[in-house]
Design a protein around this ligand. Structure first.
Ligand SMILES: Cc1ncc(COP(=O)(O)O)c(C=O)c1O
Length: 389
């Protein structure tokens, strides 16, 4: 074993561990974008063809069942979630599940922007899941499948009623392409290109199941729907949007990159391979955590621990004795050193989370790069904390 106070010699070949935009797929380079339809209309037949291909590949790779419709929408994951909430909520009471920053955002939208009164917040602190057993499926239920900021996810969909009356509106941004999603338990799922497949940020995706489509066609919310959010025309689902006629103009460069990621995903074996790669990465982290006394997971329960956005805390006593401002300084110094050494980028915890680290372990990350990162984390910890002094 390398002594922890010795600077490691090997760096990760790809030191990008950000939780979004995430690392590019192995082998990606700028030539990938040479076939992008730049300077052409997205409404040309070739442009529409590419947009449709993104939709079809997404359906195929994510194994989205018949009966669901899928669209590319503006404004990334946030846009997709806000489109869903603005278009569908208000018909029933809402249970919103909050255990980190993203759930918190959706709750604020529902309360402060849509001004719904019949909203129940079901909350838990960072590192924990709220009590899923009290969720009322007569209400619409809004939740994040994987809480990117706290590294806590729902373990499965067993707690969701199959014969529910409300809709389940699921922010699956950091869960898709990495975790099993039981589509029969989901009425709406949203995600963005910038996450698991390492696409360029810009656009979001929305999948609507039959019950969500029915809600769209039978209910009109009493708040204004911006044109950018509009999924219907004359009271019916606007099918064109789900065939690649995007609501507004997309970046064809980003489209090409999204297609590249989806084709790679398909070529390496589809969803099961993506999940396997993610799980293997999460296991590599787990081995390091078990053999490293100064670090531990924020999420104590392994069943609800994220396999994509893995959130870690320093548990060394000398560090725990510091106040939070000094703890943040320690983490920042460690991150700066990692970055200066080009050994690891962007692996600080989310701004709203307790001070710590967040290491993305999705399918575009290679195990060997994680393995090369850990001696550097050990080294920067010893450099900054000098724990034996
Ligand atoms: C769970 C979750 N939801 C929504 C978002 C927002 O996504 P975007 O920044 O692509 O709009 C993120 C981004 O990290 C996320 O992790």
């Amino acid at each position: 074993m390398i002594p922890r106070n010795k600077k490691p010699e090997n760096r990760p070949a790809d030191p990008n561990f950000s939780s979004g935009p995430c690392a590019k797929r192995p082998g990606w380079n700028y030539k990938t974008l040479q076939t992008a339809l730049v300077g052409r209309s997205h409404r040309s037949s070739i442009g529409k063809g590419k947009l449709k291909e993104v939709i079809e590949y997404s359906r195929k790779v994510l194994e989205i069942p018949e009966g669901f419709v899928v669209a590319i929408v503006p404004a990334s994951g946030t846009g997709a979630m806000e489109i869903a909430m603005w278009s569908l909520l208000g018909a029933r009471a809402v249970d919103v599940l909050i255990w980190e920053s993203f759930g918190q955002r959706w709750a604020l939208d529902i309360k402060q922007q849509l001004k719904l009164n019949s909203i129940r917040k079901i909350e838990a602190e960072y590192g924990k899941l709220p009590d899923l057993s009290i969720v009322d499926f007569n209400s619409d239920v809004v939740f994040t499948w994987n809480g990117t900021a706290s590294g806590v996810r729902v373990p499965n969909g067993n707690w969701i009623e199959t014969n529910r009356r409300g809709l389940t509106i699921v922010d699956a941004t950091s869960a898709v392409f990495a975790m099993e999603l039981p589509w029969e338990k989901i009425d709406v799922a949203t995600w963005s290109w910038q996450k698991a497949l390492g696409g360029e940020a810009a656009h979001g995706m929305i999948a609507l199941g039959p019950r969500a489509i029915d809600r769209l066609e039978t209910y009109v919310p009493d708040w204004p729907i911006p044109r950018l959010f509009s999924l219907t025309r004359n009271g019916k689902l606007n099918k064109n949007i789900f065939e690649g006629m995007t609501i507004n103009t997309p970046s064809m460069l980003a489209v090409e990159d999204a297609l590249d990621g989806l084709k790679w995903a398909s070529e390496i074996g589809g969803l099961s391979s993506l999940i396997e790669r993610t799980n293997r990465n999460a296991e590599v982290v787990s081995r390091w955590v078990s053999s490293t006394p100064w670090i531990d997971y924020l999420c104590a329960d392994s069943d609800s621990r994220s396999t994509t956005s893995v959130v870690l805390n320093i548990v060394d006593q000398k560090y725990l004795n510091l106040d939070e401002t000094t703890q943040r300084m320690v983490i920042n110094n460690m991150l700066e050193l990692l970055s200066a050494e080009k050994a690891g980028f962007d692996l600080g915890s989310h701004a709203d989370a307790p001070p710590g680290f967040r290491i993305w372990c999705g399918c575009t990350i290679e195990c060997k790069n994680l393995e090369a990162l850990f001696p550097w984390l050990d080294w920067v910890f010893f450099e900054v904390m000098k724990p034996n002094e």
